[in-house]
Ligand binder design. Structure first.
Ligand code: PMV
Length: 338
């Protein structure tokens, strides 16, 4: 190939899983299929400059500050994917990254971050090998950086992991869930993230996945996630919000239950997480408004509700009753529209 100095850039959103990926095998193969919503406003913007005449090295900047640890991670990642991008170790890289959402807010910056890096790499590949970009390969490369990142390369609902319920699904890359099989109610949905706790997580998701290897409930959990695709498919088609809410909240609580059943056990929810969940359940019981939650591997609560004319009551309730449980009144408002 003809490696030359280049600058490329890419933007990639984060995503929030509805059926969760928790537990994996070697080479980032997921133990069960997962499905997520790709966010709209929570993005990572990355520029990648390659100096072709210099020896291989990686320098990274996050919001203008040099990040040595992240550079080491990226170097390791580049070495790992050399078999798929044979030119990759032939220059010096300067990678600059900005997130449009608060740092360590618990919004998956690794998903948007590796999505953006994989997209930059595919831009370079296009220049160096004169081939068209294949989004499956971008997703494949993103997966090797961070599993959930492979789902961020498409908008709407996205599936990663082999399931008979979704044609073309694969453990190696994500695919888009067919838009025509999704009821309109799910195509205009709010995700407001309450920033309950903004500090570092006590247990990383890498360690968390690893603890599934010895979790006595792991196999049962993997089977449940696989099985959940059957009702979910029907729910997405018919627009049954009530069943959707039950399934999504069950998935979130199961993720955290798995953490509690790990050896050693760990808990990423905080007092505020539980207070918000209880208040939200009371609100739903009393008013019938479709406000519900999901959780990532952290304390923050993703508040989900369909966007239509009747959201004022929900939004007022969130401001008055739920915001006080955040550390600094922090909320990130996103909306999935596709
Ligand atoms: O992509 P990872 O290794 O950071 O794992 C993320 C796992 C969860 O966010 C908890 C669930 C998911 O499917 O995104």
């Amino acid at each position: 190939f003809n490696i030359s100095n280049q600058v490329v850039s890419a933007t990639c959103p984060s995503n929030i899983a509805l059926i969760k990926y928790w537990g994996k095998y070697a080479n980032q193969i997921p133990a069960n299929p997962s499905i997520s919503y790709t966010l709209n406003h929570c993005n990572t913007q990355t520029s990648m400059e390659i100096f072709a005449d210099e020896p291989f090295s990686v320098q990274t900047f996050l919001a203008g500050n040099e990040e040595v640890k992240f550079a080491e991670k990226i170097e390791k990642y580049f070495k790992n994917i050399e078999q798929y991008l044979p030119w990759i170790l032939k220059g010096k890289y300067i990678i600059k990254t900005e997130n449009t959402f608060p740092h360590s807010s618990g919004i998956a910056s690794s998903a948007s971050g590796f999505g953006a890096i994989a997209s930059c790499l595919m831009e370079l590949d296009k220049v160096f090998t004169n081939t068209e970009i294949d989004v499956k390969k971008t997703s494949f490369l993103a997966r090797l950086g961070s599993g959930s990142a492979c789902r961020s390369l498409y908008n709407g609902l996205v599936v990663w992991g082999k399931t008979d319920e979704v044609e073309g699904s694969s453990d190696l890359y994500a695919v888009k869930y067919p838009d025509e099989e999704i009821h309109p109610i799910f195509k205009n949905f709010n995700d407001w993230v309450l920033l309950i706790h903004e500090g570092e997580k006590s247990v990383s998701s890498t360690v968390g996945h690893g603890l599934m290897n010895t979790n006595p409930y792991a196999e049962r959990r993997f089977q449940e996630a696989r099985d959940n695709f059957v009702p979910l498919k029907e729910i997405l088609k018919t627009g049954n919000l009530e069943k959707f809410i039950t399934l999504v909240e069950h998935e979130a609580l199961t993720l955290h239950a798995m953490m509690m059943m790990s050896e050693p056990a760990f808990i990423l929810m905080k007092t505020g997480t539980l207070e918000v969940i209880n208040k939200l359940w009371n609100f739903r019981k009393e008013t019938g408004h479709p406000l519900f939650f999901t959780l990532d591997a952290g304390a923050n609560v993703h508040l989900l509700f369909p966007e239509n004319e009747n959201t004022t009551v929900i939004k007022d309730f969130i401001s008055a009753e739920l915001l006080p449980h955040t550390q600094k009144g922090g909320v990130v408002k996103d909306v999935m529209r596709f």
